[in-house]
Design a binder for this molecule. Structure first.
Ligand SMILES: O=C1NC[C@H](CO)[C@@H](O)[C@@H]1O
Length: 435
């Protein structure tokens, strides 16, 4: 009789553990949950984390360990990371790259991702891994098209013609050979076994979600109904494909929200309706979007904050509509005066961060589906190497990828006021979530 009771108890415990998803972050009642507790992302963007983890070449494992310790100490529990890059002739892209040509992958950089994942697990941190890029700084969709159509990979930093660049990139979604190679890469990474932990990625709760791409857009500002329908289908089909390989992990889009959806709310909602997309993402870029001029802060602050506050709130409302969590997985502002110099103050940026954090905390405290944030981006101990602030192969990696001045939006380890603000709000967010 006693044996039966013990067996029943053991089964109960096992079931409870299973119900808690064994450490995986999952959606429950339009929030994230992990091991039966509410999980809020108090995160950072750290696109180069896998690069620092490489065993040779660009790898700087001692720096990676130090950066993760710094982030952990501040209460940062999640990093959003570029999982794979494509070798390209485009001027403002990172090198080396994971994929040097279709089917040829750099095992050193993939082992870098392995090492980073192992170090995150040690610190009970999670990662969002994006598997492609709509922009040029890691090769991305442009480079896939160059491989399979021969179209010149024209760098919009050089051509300055973003409208053309975005329209061309959107043909990625319907290029069968590009999609086939993209799915080969997805398969390779999702089915990879971590060479450090020996654990298959799909069994690793350190991954919070697989992300289709960084900032995928349907086309340019004049996206046609056909392009929009193609975009929604590409998201649904690709998310479904990833879920067919890995039923444990959530899948996310990497969308910027309305700014990355041709300002079409219906498109943004449709893109996130499929059950294979677990939560909504959005990004907030006041300077990039022309809402703020860092050289005229007093004249542009009020108008900017009005637009930013609306943007923050309306996307939480969209998430409520879909009954899914939402993560502000990128936001940033310039150093004072628009300076790239690490010695420049960050008063305006700190005020902006505080407004963003406070707005989201308010919505979270009201029970809305705010699941957290990732500021853009962790610069840590990295330093700009050149007088013109542009990145060259061999230079430090900082929060700003190679297509932007190294110091534009990075939060460095010497930005004490910013780091304290981030730490205070990370703590506050997690207490709200704990209720
Ligand atoms: O994903 C992105 N969003 C905005 C960042 C800052 O401009 C940019 O570096 C990156 O491409």
């Amino acid at each position: 009789k006693f044996g039966n009771i013990a067996l029943a108890a053991a089964l109960l415990v096992a079931n409870a553990a299973h119900a808690d998803n064994n450490g995986f972050v999952a959606v429950k009642d339009s929030h994230f949950e992990r091991n039966g507790q509410r999980y809020m992302i108090a995160g950072a963007n750290f696109w180069y984390g896998g690069y620092l983890g490489a065993p040779t070449g660009v790898g700087q494992r001692a720096r990676l360990v130090k950066e993760l310790d710094r982030m952990k100490a501040l209460g940062i529990n999640n990093v959003r990371v570029l999982a794979v890059s494509e070798k390209t002739a485009m001027k403002s892209a990172v090198s080396p790259a994971t994929t040097s040509a279709p089917g040829q992958y750099d095992e050193q950089l993939l082992q870098g991702l392995d090492f980073m994942m192992a170090e995150l697990a040690k610190r009970d941190m999670t990662a969002v891994l994006y598997l492609n890029n709509f922009w040029q700084w890691s090769g991305g969709m442009t480079q896939y098209l160059n491989w399979f159509t021969g179209s010149p990979a024209h760098d919009p930093n050089v051509s300055k013609d973003y409208e053309r660049y975005m329209a061309e990139n959107a043909t990625f979604y319907t290029n069968a050979r590009a999609q086939a190679e993209y799915r080969n890469v997805i398969t390779k990474i999702v089915q990879r076994t971590n060479t450090v932990t020996k654990k298959p990625y799909r069994d690793d709760p350190t991954i919070l979600s697989w992300q289709l791409a960084n900032e995928p857009r349907p086309g340019n500002s004049k996206s046609t109904p056909q392009e929009k329908a193609t975009y929604v289908k590409w998201i649904a089909d690709t998310a479904h494909y990833i879920r067919s390989l890995d039923g444990h992990h959530m899948v996310s889009t990497g969308s910027e929200g309305l700014a990355g959806s041709a300002q079409d709310a219906q498109l943004y909602l449709d893109a996130h309706r499929t059950p294979d997309i677990a939560y909504l993402t959005y990004h907030l870029w006041p300077t990039n979007w022309g809402w703020f001029d860092p050289k005229k802060p007093d004249a542009t602050w009020n108008g900017m904050m009005e637009k930013a506050s609306h943007y923050l709130n309306v996307h939480v409302d969209y998430a409520k509509k879909l009954g899914k969590p939402i993560v502000l997985e990128e936001f940033g502002l310039n150093r004072d005066g628009g300076s790239f110099d690490i010695k420049a103050s960050t008063k305006v940026r700190d005020r902006f961060y505080d407004e963003v954090f406070t707005t989201l905390e308010k919505r979270a405290a009201a029970g809305d589906p705010v699941a957290g944030w990732n500021f853009w981006a962790w610069g840590g101990a990295g330093r700009a190497a050149n007088a013109d602030y542009w990145w060259k192969p061999g230079n430090d990696f900082v929060g700003d990828p190679p297509q932007e001045e190294q110091g534009l939006y990075s939060v460095f380890d010497s930005d004490a006021s910013s780091l304290k603000l981030i730490a205070d709000h990370d703590k506050r967010l997690k207490t709200i979530g704990a209720k």
